[in-house]
Ligand binder design. Structure first.
Ligand code: HEM
Length: 535
């Protein structure tokens, strides 16, 4: 029995602490309206000690795929159900905004796609999405290979040095190496700026990490302390954050100025046919500035670039980290991947054509994203009252929710749901080759690759929202193909040359989360040159 809505609570985007407090109250009151939902009572201790998404998983098994999580006066609805996720992300997407997430990210990303209000988002999404066209991705594949080579050459030099001392192995903290690689790639791909972070340190690189650190801290902190008047000047960490932001913004402003000074206006179709492989600047910024009829102001362009810098950096680094973490624990799968690389590439370079043949490697990438989705939770807030479907195990009538309801779509729970995956916690890239049936679950269409013809990687369409590594619906990641190719190429270039082992036991690699799932103290690995023979 779902409860009815009598008063329609107006959603307010909190702009100050008072608004925030009123939002908490709204949530408290709305607890009654969504009262028919199973409820998990969170204790404050659940917020500390282990990542929140672990507790959300335990409660999912206990309370079902749609439940309300009450933390004192604060309530969240937690969704672990493909049918309900599809409703929120796709079917009724415009009844939701990014809620708390937008509050956290707005000071950094301004009106960039992730936190943008709906009107800005509609305008910018239409301009940015066409930038990720086929010829751009082909040029990017070349750049991903060049950057990955820069990383593997560095490792080879270290191994040569070690060999001169009689050793055969080196120890490296791979998570930060992947982070440097991903930073270099996103800089070149989005605004044609070479951070060169694989081989050096610089003030701008430090500023990017400082900003990421602050974004991370904010996303795990439940009081928006940065909105307290004068906090930016009184709190030393806030002052540092403002300085870091200024360093990045000055750099981006310079790049935008430069791109505008060399603008060559053209229609979208013409821009998509440029010779990207042989141009000095294939970046997205070039595309955005050159597009005829679109005169984005500098501030908007800067927000767009900053958003993509943050959205595309740690996420990809995390995919690479967890893929290696999983492979190192499954040596036979690592060998299977290397055998595929040997057959397809030999000692050659990766290309877009090669990616099409590296099927097992592609499945390793998506299986890593299944087990460690980035981010593990998608955040939404309802803009108006809505009727959620009950889901596959929920209330048949569904649940009515009032405006202002905060929602977590737990991608982590969906990806490890025992109701949709065999042995959900096991690392088994091969599973995607056999996932099929809908198992008679009403309202869920099951796995079917023919729903997404030509897709190189399994996605939310093929799985009808049981697998959504890049979200789904209109707010789906714009950089999904960029990120998937980047991860496949970097992994191929690494495994082509090296055998990788974890330095300690897997349990010593502890998890923490902010926006992404990453390690607490890095992922220390041992690298040695490949023992096996190339064909
Ligand atoms: C949105 C994941 C890489 C740019 C998203 C969303 C997810 C996601 C799940 C949806 C968020 C939501 O619905 O709340 C990932 C993962 C990546 C990755 C796992 C790497 C493996 C990238 C890259 C770029 C990028 C490389 C840019 C070059 C964006 C943008 C959005 C977004 C701009 C907002 C889209 C919109 O609201 O219209 N990403 N992403 N991402 N991502 Fe990615």
């Amino acid at each position: 029995q779902s409860s009815t809505n009598t008063d329609e609570t107006k959603t307010t985007k909190p702009t100050n602490l008072l608004d925030n407090a009123s939002n908490l109250l709204t949530n408290f009151l709305s607890g009654g309206k969504i009262g028919s939902m199973p409820t998990a009572e969170g204790a404050v201790s659940d917020l500390f000690g282990k990542p929140l998404f672990f507790s959300l998983y335990d409660w999912f098994l206990e309370h079902g795929s749609v439940y309300k999580l009450a933390f004192g006066p604060k309530a969240f609805v937690v969704i672990s159900d493909p049918i309900v996720a599809r409703h929120i992300l796709r079917e009724n997407a415009f009844s939701y905004d990014k809620g708390v997430l937008a509050d956290i990210l707005e000071p950094i990303m301004g009106k960039g796609l992730i936190p943008a209000d709906l009107d800005t988002w509609k305008l910018r999404r239409r301009v940015i999405a066409p930038g990720f066209h086929a010829l751009y991705l082909e040029a990017m594949a070349k750049m991903f290979t060049d950057c990955s080579l820069r990383m593997t050459t560095k490792f080879e030099k270290l191994l040569d040095l070690e060999a001169s001392r009689g050793g055969t192995k080196i120890e490296l903290e791979l998570e930060s190496e992947f982070s440097s690689l991903a930073l270099d790639i996103i800089g070149l791909g989005v605004f044609n700026y070479d951070f060169g972070s694989v081989t050096k340190e610089s003030p701008i690189i430090k500023a990017v990490y400082g900003t990421l650190f602050e974004a991370e801290h904010r996303s795990t902190f439940y009081v928006p302390y940065w909105k307290i008047p004068l906090a930016n000047w009184l709190v030393p960490r806030q002052r540092k954050f403002q300085t870091d932001l200024k360093v990045i913004n000055d750099c981006l402003d310079g790049l935008i100025r430069n791109a505008k000074e060399t603008r060559e206006e053209a229609d979208v179709e013409k821009l998509q046919q440029r010779d990207y492989l042989n141009t000095k600047d294939a970046s997205l910024l070039r595309f955005l500035v050159d597009m005829r009829g679109i005169d984005a102001d500098d501030r908007q362009l800067r927000d767009d670039l900053m958003t993509m810098l943050i959205a595309g950096h740690e996420t990809t680094a995390a995919v690479l980290t967890w893929a290696v973490f999983l492979l190192a624990q499954h040596p036979s799968k690592m060998r299977k991947a290397q055998a595929e690389i040997d057959t397809v590439l030999g000692q050659g370079r990766t290309t877009i054509e090669a990616i099409k043949k590296l099927e097992y490697l592609r499945l390793i990438v998506v299986e890593s994203l299944r087990l460690y989705p980035q981010p593990p939770l998608l955040i939404r807030r309802s803009l108006k009252p809505d009727q959620l479907p009950g889901g596959y195990r929920g209330n048949k009538d569904g649940y009515s929710i009032p405006a202002g309801t905060d929602i977590f779509v737990s991608v982590y729970n969906l990806h490890r749901s025992p109701y949709f995956w065999d042995n959900p916690d096991d690392f088994e890239p091969e599973r995607f080759q056999r996932q099929k049936a809908s198992d008679g679950i009403e309202g869920w269409a099951g796995f079917d690759p023919s729903r997404s013809p030509g897709a190189l990687y399994p996605n939310e369409i093929i799985s009808d929202f049981a697998f959504l590594p890049f979200g789904g619906g209109p707010r789906k990641c714009v950089g999904d193909q960029f990120a998937l190719m980047e991860s496949t190429i970097a992994l191929a270039m690494l495994l082509q040359k090296f055998d990788v082992n974890l330095k300690g036991p897997p349990e010593s690699v502890e998890l923490v989360t902010g926006a992404t799932i990453h390690t607490k103290n890095g992922m220390w690995c041992q690298l040695q040159k490949r023992q096996s023979n190339y064909p």
